[in-house]
Design a binder for this molecule. Structure first.
Ligand SMILES: C[S@@+](CC[C@H](N)C(=O)[O-])C[C@H]1O[C@@H](n2cnc3c(N)ncnc32)[C@H](O)[C@@H]1O
Length: 257
């Protein structure tokens, strides 16, 4: 198989929902819903992937569109939506080249997907595209992760497994990551395996080096400021509580004046 020029493909997409399991109680679900309620509709979910938030919000009657750079993720999202009788507007686009036919009152980049933009200048270019796609007074909201701080481990791994319902096969994702303090970026390797009767019947390795850029709270705020956002708020994780210096997960919102 030729590796496509987007990161989320193949077994990663096929087993995305299965390996994640029940996401209905994830904290960000309530956070972003409250942001939309405050800021208004239409809303846009960037990096919508399989539609975890998009489909949930659509089902609640919210007018929300989705964007993702992976055509495979967009197809899965469309399928997941169809199963619920929903037909969202979905677009295959890179967030730093966003070009959509309408403007929004709320734009979300959930899951820290902005940190997947690694080239210098790309994150600012993306935020300017979001700014241009917002109505005056609209809100842009996104969480960030500080991936590493002095004293933290520089490398780690974890395994996730789930049972494929149709035949009881085990789907396993073995993940490894390494942080480089010089570049402030993380490399990752994810190995996907489907195991039936003790035999590996499918396998796929996804290597990204680098994969993700770390942000401090100050860097995230500076990025919002450079793009022209005002009334920038930084919250602790997915609450509306003010951020604490020790928070390594924080959500930032900004208004287009
Ligand atoms: C961590 S997943 C997001 C999951 C999703 N937001 C959720 O909450 O379930 C990251 C998503 O961002 C998409 N993505 C990566 N780079 C992108 C880019 N430059 N523009 C738009 N989408 C991108 C990936 O294809 C993937 O579906």
């Amino acid at each position: 198989m030729t590796t496509p020029n987007y990161e989320y493909y193949g077994l990663m997409v096929r087993y995305w929902d299965l390996l994640r399991g029940d996401t209905s109680n994830w904290d960000d679900r309530f956070f972003f819903l409250n942001v939309i309620r405050k800021s208004g509709q239409p809303a846009l979910d960037i990096g919508c992937a399989a539609g975890r938030l998009l489909i949930d919000y659509l089902a609640q009657g919210i007018d929300i569109d989705g964007v993702d750079i992976s055509p495979e993720m967009i197809s899965l999202c469309r399928l997941n939506a169809e199963k619920k009788g929903l037909k969202p507007n979905l677009y295959v686009q890179g967030m730093n080249e966003l070009n959509l036919p309408r403007k929004y009152k709320t734009i979300l980049v959930p899951s820290s997907s902005l940190q997947l933009l690694l080239e210098p200048g790309q994150p600012l270019q993306a935020l300017k595209r979001f700014y241009d796609h917002l109505e005056t007074g609209g809100i842009f909201a996104t969480p960030f992760m500080t991936l590493w701080r002095e004293g933290d481990p520089l490398e780690g791994d974890f395994v996730r497994e789930a049972t494929r319902p149709e035949d009881g096969a085990t789907v396993r994702r073995t993940s490894w990551w390494r942080f480089n303090p010089k570049t402030n970026m993380e490399d990752t390797r994810d190995t996907y395996e489907v195991i039936r009767d003790g035999l590996v019947i499918e396998t796929e390795v996804h290597e990204q080096a680098p994969a993700t850029l770390s942000y401090t709270q100050a860097e995230a705020v500076a990025l919002f400021e450079q793009a022209g956002f005002k009334n920038i708020q930084v919250y602790s994780e997915f609450t509306f509580e003010p951020v604490k210096p020790a928070d390594t997960v924080f959500s930032v919102t900004g208004i287009k004046p």
